[in-house]
Design a protein around this ligand. Structure first.
Ligand code: SF4
Length: 261
């Protein structure tokens, strides 16, 4: 039996709007959406990863923003509003790169022992059906006391993009895997704000999350896909055109019973 895949994003999406998650699983994603705000983060993420494999100063990141920016634009279609919009975003990428470098100099990373983009996976069974929980940790950072901290980059100026349950999700996977790096310590790193927001994960947090994931899986297995009652959730929904096409009124869609597996 093909397992149901459960990532942190999938779990969060279902809890925001079960119908949105259902449309995603049907592949109803927009061919093009407003990706202008993702360029800076993608470029800096890429540069950070490349730098981790090099024996050079963090300033290398700033020097290579332009090259990576061009590379990104060759591979992706970005819907800039106009030239000024692109220039403004590029200038911000440089500024964020400078701030990122400032933070990296302060962190004094032991590159040889850090792990980046670590893939985590753990299989569970819910009512006899397989569920594959998975995720990628941006950075696993060794601490001076011999333990580990998990870091998640947030290339944004908006603190609301931070959801502590993302760290609980990764901590849960590391603990369940019995990994040497299993840790209760995590942090969101905001280079744009030059701030680190640390979080301590408890066993209670992990237990709660696992129970909630099981609850979500049961609902998905039963075909539950009721649209959210909260219209604010619809504002940033990129499958809204499909949702409207199906039901006209978002609230009148009712509960569907279509099997997605
Ligand atoms: S538009 Fe609203 S109700 Fe429809 S899928 Fe998106 S979030 Fe859910």
């Amino acid at each position: 039996m093909k397992p149901l895949t459960m990532s942190f994003t999938g779990w969060k999406r279902f809890n925001t709007c079960a119908h949105q998650d259902y449309l995603y699983k049907l592949g109803k994603r927009p061919k093009s959406s407003d990706n202008r705000n993702f360029v800076k983060g993608s470029v800096l993420h890429e540069l950070f990863e490349s730098w981790m494999g090099l024996d050079t100063d963090p300033e290398w990141i700033i020097e290579n923003v332009q090259v990576e920016w061009k590379k990104y634009l060759k591979k992706h279609t970005v819907m800039w509003k106009n030239d000024a919009d692109e220039h403004e975003n590029y200038a911000k990428a440089i500024l964020w790169a400078e701030r990122l470098v400032g933070m990296l100099n302060g962190l004094d990373l032991d590159k040889g022992r850090c792990q980046i983009e670590k893939y985590l996976e753990y299989m569970i069974e819910v009512d006899g059906r397989p569920v594959k929980m998975l995720g990628y940790v941006d950075v696993l950072l060794p601490t001076k006391s011999g333990g580990w901290t998990l870091l998640d980059w947030k290339f944004s100026e908006n603190k609301q993009v931070m959801n502590p349950y993302q760290l609980v999700f990764y901590s849960l996977l590391l603990h369940k895997q019995g990994a040497d790096e299993a840790t209760d310590d995590g942090a969101f790193v905001f280079p744009a704000l030059q701030k680190i927001f640390p979080f301590q994960v408890t066993q209670e947090n992990r237990d709660w999350l696992l129970q909630d994931i099981e609850r979500v899986c049961r609902l998905i297995f039963s075909g539950y896909n009721t649209p959210t009652e909260n219209k604010d959730d619809c504002y940033f929904c990129d499958v809204k055109p499909f949702c409207i096409k199906q039901g006209g009124s978002l609230k009148s869609l009712g509960t569907g019973r279509v099997s997605i597996l």
